[in-house]
Every structure is written in structure tokens, then in C-alpha cells.
Design a protein around this ligand. Structure first.
Ligand code: HEC
Length: 269
């Protein structure tokens, strides 16, 4: 019996060792160990002396008692282990998807507005051109091209809108997950990018905007390797509306905490 228990312990230890070396979570290591011990117990029970034959009420009682013991052991054992809680996972997924959903809905609405504005401008330009064609030949020469500077005009009108800019800016910081690489106000990962608490003292809003629009435009001193590798993603110009990017840059530009060592930006383009 001791021999079997020892074997069980050794096998359990070996399983834990292997699991540990494979970086299996600790709870699973515990589980493997318990399995090995259960195995040992089963083999030990094979050795036990057989119980005498029973009949009548006594046998029914014995069977029921055995089942109660077994079920108690199973439930108690299982409840000692950490439980999978689907609600936890759902909450996590909802949080992730919720953000995406909100972003895509907002993005769609804003895209539609921008498109409507662009179309409106084109219609106006066409109307003028038609007028010009009707009235004489020279008039059409002075007309601006129908595809004007749509981005900057949209940005101007919306960003001038008021105090919402800061809110939109902070929202974009969260939505675009800049915090994954940049620490700000002591929060977020500093693993891959510089802390930005003093960026407002080092760059103008327009320069910050250009860094977000084109990460190759500016390089943080001391981050030559990351700059070369293009660690900061070159995707924000596709993910953000121009006015959102201006808002984010404006918001970041208000960070002028000189006690934080934000690296010196070096212009590249
Ligand atoms: C995947 C990581 C990553 C993400 C996400 C990221 N950045 Fe960066 N960022 C970097 C790295 C690395 C640098 C330093 C190298 C360089 O300048 O390209 C940097 C540099 C900067 C700088 C210049 C800092 C200085 O001191 O010169 C600014 C400003 C900046 N990022 C803003 C942002 C904003 C705003 C966002 C979100 C829209 C963002 N970053 C998202 C990695 C990232």
C-alpha cells in the first residue's frame, strides 16, 4: 500500500514538474497532482480485502452510503478547485466588443456625415461650373476644383465647436489604445513607447497630430530602434476622422508635466 502511495506521489510530482516546465497554470498543476493521487487510491483499493456478501436492507444501505460518500468527495474536491465562471468571460468579451461596436457605429455615422458634406460641396461646385458655362466661358477658370480640402475644412468646423474637443481627445486615447504603449498620468504600459506627460511642452498640437497621422514624421530621442522598426502603428489615419485626430492632439498638447521625462522629439520629415 505504501509502495503504491509512493508511486502515486512520484508520478504526481513528475506531472507537476512537466506541467511547470511547460508554463501550465498553477491550478492545472494542482489538478494533475490530484489526478495522480486519485489513481494511486484506486490501485490501493484494488488491494483492499473484499467485503463479505450482504443482502436485504443492509446491502441497500451500504450502496446508498457508498454513493453519498463518493458524491460528497467529488463535489467537495471540485469546489476546492477554481471554478470556470462564464459570466466573467462574458463580461470580458462584452467589454472588448462593446468598444469595437461603439467605435464602428460612431465611425460609420461620422463617415456618412463626412461623405454627405463632400457630396454637398461637389454639387455646389458643379452648380457654379454650370452657371459659368451658361453665362460665359471665362467664369469656370476661377472655380476651385470640386474635390477641395475636405479634411481640413471639416476639422476646422468641428474642432472649433467648443469644449467637447478635450472629451473627444481623451476618448480617442482610450479607443485607439495608445495607452498600450504609452504611459500617461501614471497609467498604461511603458513597455514599448515613451511616457507622454510632458509632450505638450515639447511639441505643438499640429506636430503631435502629424506624429499620429504619420509616425515616421517625428522620432522620440532614445527610441531609435523602435522608430526604425516602426513600432508605433501607422494605422491611425485610417481609424480616425481628421477632427478626432486634432482633438486627440489638442488633448495631449495640454499635458505639460515637466517632472516627467518625456523624451525629446526629433523631426524626421
Ligand atoms: C504599439 C505601440 C504604440 C502605440 C499603440 C502608440 N505608440 Fe506612440 N510611440 C511608440 C513608440 C515606440 C514611440 C517612440 C519611437 C518613435 O518616436 O516612433 C512612440 C512615440 C510617440 C510620440 C512621440 C513622443 C516623443 O517624446 O517624441 C507621440 C506623441 C506618440 N507616440 C503618440 C501616440 C498616440 C497619440 C497614440 C495613439 C493614437 C500612440 N502614440 C500609439 C509606440 C506606440
Amino acid at each position: 500500500m505504501f509502495k503504491k502511495l509512493t508511486i502515486g506521489l512520484v508520478v504526481g510530482g513528475a506531472l507537476v514538474g512537466i506541467a511547470h516546465s511547460q508554463e501550465v497554470p498553477f491550478d492545472f498543476q494542482k489538478l494533475f497532482f490530484i489526478f495522480a493521487l486519485i489513481g494511486a487510491v484506486v490501485f490501493m483499493m484494488l488491494d483492499a480485502s473484499p467485503i463479505g456478501t450482504m443482502n436485504g436492507g443492509k446491502s441497500v444501505f451500504a450502496v446508498i452510503t457508498f454513493w453519498i460518500l463518493l458524491i460528497t468527495a467529488c463535489i467537495a474536491g471540485a469546489s476546492l478547485l477554481p471554478q470556470f465562471n462564464p459570466e466573467d468571460e462574458r463580461a470580458k468579451i462584452d467589454k472588448l466588443l462593446g468598444k469595437e461596436r461603439a467605435a464602428s457605429q460612431k465611425g460609420k455615422a461620422e463617415e456618412l456625415i463626412a461623405r454627405a458634406k463632400a457630396l454637398d460641396e461637389q454639387v455646389k461646385a458643379l452648380e457654379e461650373r454650370l452657371k459659368g458655362l451658361g453665362g460665359g466661358q471665362a467664369a469656370s477658370v476661377s472655380l476651385p476644383p470640386p474635390s477641395g480640402e475636405k479634411p481640413s475644412s471639416t476639422a476646422g468646423t468641428t474642432a472649433g465647436g467648443g469644449g467637447d474637443v478635450m472629451k473627444v481627445g481623451e476618448e480617442q486615447w482610450q479607443l485607439q489604445e495608445c495607452y498600450n504603449c504609452h504611459k500617461l498620468r501614471g497609467e498604461g504600459g511603458k513597455k514599448r513607447g515613451p511616457e507622454l506627460d510632458n509632450i505638450g511642452s515639447l511639441l505643438t498640437v499640429e506636430e503631435i497630430r502629424s506624429k499620429i497621422y504619420d509616425p515616421k514624421s517625428i522620432m522620440a530621442e532614445g527610441y531609435e530602434k523602435e522608430y526604425q522598426k516602426g513600432v508605433m502603428p501607422d494605422k491611425f489615419k485610417d481609424l480616425m476622422e481628421p477632427q478626432e485626430m486634432v482633438a486627440l492632439a489638442t488633448w495631449l498638447g495640454s499635458f505639460k508635466n515637466t517632472s516627467v521625462n518625456t523624451p525629446k522629439p526629433i523631426k524626421k520629415k
